[in-house]
Design a protein around this ligand. Structure first.
Ligand SMILES: [Zn+2]
Length: 446
């Protein structure tokens, strides 16, 4: 039984991966691709990092893992949770609280109790898991922070998180020094090198976040330099094993991203169509938005959805009516619900012509932390965040659209290749003979 390394390059589109491999620009990726099996796979929805990494870690969509968006409204606490749409948005939501939410509370309090992370499952089976910078890290081992005043976190046995949690002394450089220059991935590379040199894990989740940052600024399929650095960080793991053959003798590999990106030219405020309406909270960021009805809201979900008819930035608006989900797009509607043998669908099916749309839309709405409306942006549009920040002129993601939802998926030394990011965790567990959680199967069919 080989050990497993899961490498996640945030925001890497399939087209960027394929071009970098074909041209040889990403030398390490090209070497791996030569020996591996490659396909395009589908993310979850909203296709935003906290939601996607939680799906990768747990094998669940948001109906089970309960992380709804990059920014959302916590009904019981009557507060916004902001995981970092932008630096300014973190500040607008209260800097200290937002950092605590991002670093600690997402794992400690927000991640659903029914969800099981690969770290928890492996450690329950007596195996050692390791995570580098991966933001959905919930595990069984208590770690003290390196900074005073930061509460302890429960992570995998070997746990490295932006210098803030370091289960071992590795000598890796400071992570958050100059993000645009790739210092976070350089930190990941140094820790990864240390871990592989010692063969110190059964499962390593190796997360490279710098590519997404660059791609937001430059636009999808443009961040070549950032990809070269990600490539070098993966190369560091291979070097540490003593070369590619030794590396692949020892480890099976899954290499993927968490979501894609599409170009955005215009930013709009999702708040605008709701005017001065009382008793709603709107949380929007990147290419997805939520509308929460509060006590005393005079409009039901349908009435709120109708306000978005003719609002160009909203492509699909999702809401629930009784036991059914409704997707509305340019005045047309489709109703759907999971049935015994397949989706029960009525209305205009072309409303949801996106990849895995029924399953992803249903699961997003079935999340208790989701808004009463979920809005998937039209191509080219982005919703500005709490602080009015956006990436117009660059890249973004979050919607149901193919470009936001497709990820590259490369596997080496494994029997199957995941078609969805939710299939990664069950495949990883199978590698160690561990039964996946009962929720880790399609909602309908199969
Ligand atoms: Zn992003």
């Amino acid at each position: 039984m080989k050990k497993l390394i899961l490498i996640v390059i945030d925001g890497l589109t399939p087209s960027m991966f394929e071009a970098a491999v074909d041209s040889g620009r990403a030398q390490v990726l090209a070497l791996l691709a030569e020996q591996g099996s490659y396909r395009r796979a589908i993310s979850t929805f909203p296709s935003l990092t906290p939601v996607c990494l939680s799906s990768i870690a747990t094998g669940a969509h948001p109906d089970v893992h309960e992380i709804p968006h990059l920014v959302w409204y916590q009904r019981a606490e009557r507060r916004l949770v902001e995981y970092g749409s932008s630096f300014a948005a973190l500040r607008a939501a209260g800097f200290g609280r937002s950092l605590r939410n991002t670093i600690l509370n997402m794992n400690r309090h927000h991640l659903g109790p029914r969800a099981v992370t690969i770290f928890e499952a492996l450690e329950d089976a007596g195996l050692v898991s390791a995570a580098v910078n991966f933001t959905c890290y919930r595990g069984r081992t208590r770690h003290l922070a390196t900074l005073p005043g930061v509460p302890p976190a429960f992570g995998p046995r070997r746990f490295f998180f932006y210098n803030l949690f370091e289960s071992d002394v590795t000598g890796a450089p400071l992570a958050v020094r100059d993000r645009a220059a790739g210092t976070i991935d350089a930190y990941a590379a140094a820790v990864g090198r240390w871990l592989v040199t010692r063969d110190g894990f059964d499962l390593l989740v190796f997360y490279l976040s710098d590519f997404d940052f660059a791609s937001h600024a430059l636009g999808p399929d443009e961040a070549h330099e950032a990809l070269t650095r990600s490539d070098a960080a993966i190369g560091a793991l291979i070097d540490a094993a003593g070369g590619l053959d030794e590396f692949l003798d020892r480890y099976a590999v899954i290499l993927c991203s968490d979501h894609g990106q599409t170009r955005v030219d215009r930013s709009v405020r999702l708040e605008d169509p709701f005017g001065r309406l009382d008793a709603v909270v709107i949380t929007a960021s990147n290419r997805a938005g939520m509308v929460y009805r509060l006590d005393g809201c005079r409009e039901d979900a349908r009435a709120l959805a109708l306000r978005l008819d003719g609002f160009d930035a909203a492509e699909v608006v999702l809401f629930r009516e009784g036991q059914e989900a409704i997707a509305r797009r340019e005045g047309a509607e489709v109703r759907f619900a999971p049935g015994e043998t397949g989706w029960m669908v009525s209305g205009d099916e072309s409303v949801l012509d996106h990849p895995d749309a029924f399953e992803r839309a249903w699961a997003a709405l079935a999340n208790p932390n989701a808004g009463d409306l979920i809005v998937s942006a039209a191509l080219g549009f982005e919703f500005s965040d709490l602080a009015g920040r956006h990436h117009a002129g660059g890249g973004s993601h979050g919607s149901l659209a193919t470009g936001d939802s497709e990820v590259p998926m490369l596997t080496l030394g494994l029997e199957r290749s995941p078609e969805r990011i939710t299939e990664i965790a069950p495949l990883a567990l199978a590698q160690f003979g561990i039964e996946p959680p009962a929720y880790a199967r399609p909602l309908v069919g199969a």
